[in-house]
Design a protein around this ligand. Structure first.
Ligand SMILES: [Zn+2]
Length: 339
């Protein structure tokens, strides 16, 4: 059995045999793309066949390289003279993988692949141990979900889309599951942070149905618990940060208030008008400042006080970013930032 009680996936690759019941059905079957007449292996996924070259596959994938060293069984199933290997993948995903193999550094041609392409290639590339391809895909995920050492670059959930077009917040669940699958623990703090922004219905709805290939799958129960607990803590931190911003002038700052009569009064008034708790109740400490700063801009405090409020805001963000692994109980999982 695999994780979460799902059945263990079948072996990724094997020569098809004409005897027994494990061989694929050739009829009805259609030609997929790529199909090379001079190919020397046929990959069959579902009802689609791809005729390709073993040398090209072996160059990019250790799993295919291994297959090339395994003698074909005497009862190997052929299409004409070409042996068939049966794969348990979606034809579209396999076609995408083969396209990446044949077109070389596909991402150099397409500088901004979308989220679905990157994650799909990473998942199937991991399955077939296509190391270069996985490295490229992982690099793109790491730009979107940076390590905490990347601060002071502020982590803004809305900017993930800049790196991965088509990304929506709910996709962070897929990133967490991929990070677990390929042991890329450094993705987890930022990806789980985004999951903390999802409402509980979205998180729970994705618990079912489970699919063996992992797509459209929910978080594990452990990660779900991390998100729900983390969300509560982040909301508290955001609320405390709001109180601090509108509270008394920070004595540790070297910025001197130039309107000592007006500023405290204006800040107190703005705190009262702050639509507490609804506006303050967000878990997006790193980015959920839009409403807050609209209020601050209306607070009519002196420039020094406004700058001090920005300082405070930045300090809290930096502290939260640094503390995310602890806050999300990822100690031991994210052991190093070095890469
Ligand atoms: Zn002031």
């Amino acid at each position: 059995m695999g994780d979460n009680g799902t059945p263990a996936p079948p072996m990724p690759l094997a020569w098809s045999r004409s005897s027994g019941t494990s061989g694929p059905s050739l009829e009805p079957c259609r030609r997929g793309e790529p199909w090379f007449d001079d190919g020397n292996i046929i990959l069959q996924a579902g009802d689609t066949m791809f005729k390709v070259h073993m040398g090209v596959l072996a160059k990019h994938s250790l799993v295919f390289k291994d297959l090339s060293t395994i003698p074909q069984p005497v009862d190997a199933q052929n299409h004409g003279d070409t042996p068939i290997a049966e794969l348990h993948d979606h034809p579209k995903e396999l076609a995408r993988l083969l396209d990446a193999f044949y077109c070389g550094p596909i991402f150099l041609r397409n500088e901004m692949p979308d989220f679905a392409s990157v994650t799909s290639l990473l998942r199937i590339g991991h399955k077939y141990t296509a190391e270069s391809l996985c490295e490229d895909c992982l690099g793109r995920l790491r730009k979107a979900f940076p390590l905490r050492s990347a601060f002071p670059y502020p982590f803004r959930t809305c900017e993930v889309t800049d790196h991965l077009p088509g990304f929506v917040l709910e996709d962070a669940i897929e990133v967490v599951n991929l990070a677990r699958l390929i042991c890329a623990a450094d993705l987890l703090p930022a990806a789980l942070y985004v999951c903390c922004q999802l409402d509980h219905r979205t998180l729970l709805h994705r618990l079912s149905p489970f699919r063996v290939n992992g797509t459209d799958r929910g978080l594990s129960l452990d990660d779900l618990e991390r998100c729900l607990d983390g969300r509560v803590q982040l909301c508290r931190i955001y609320a405390e940060m709001s109180m601090k911003l509108f509270g008394p002038h920070d004595p540790t700052t070297n910025r001197c208030c130039t309107a000592k009569q007006a500023c405290p009064t204006n800040k107190a008034r703005m705190l009262e008008s702050f639509a507490w708790p609804s506006s303050a109740c967000t878990a997006d400490v790193m980015d959920g400042h839009l409403n807050l700063w609209m209020v601050i801009e209306r607070a009519k405090v002196c420039e020094s006080c406004e700058a001090a409020m920005h300082d405070t805001h930045g300090k809290v963000q930096k502290a939260v970013w640094k503390a995310l692994p602890t806050l999300l109980r990822l100690e031991g999982v994210v052991e190093t930032e070095a890469r």
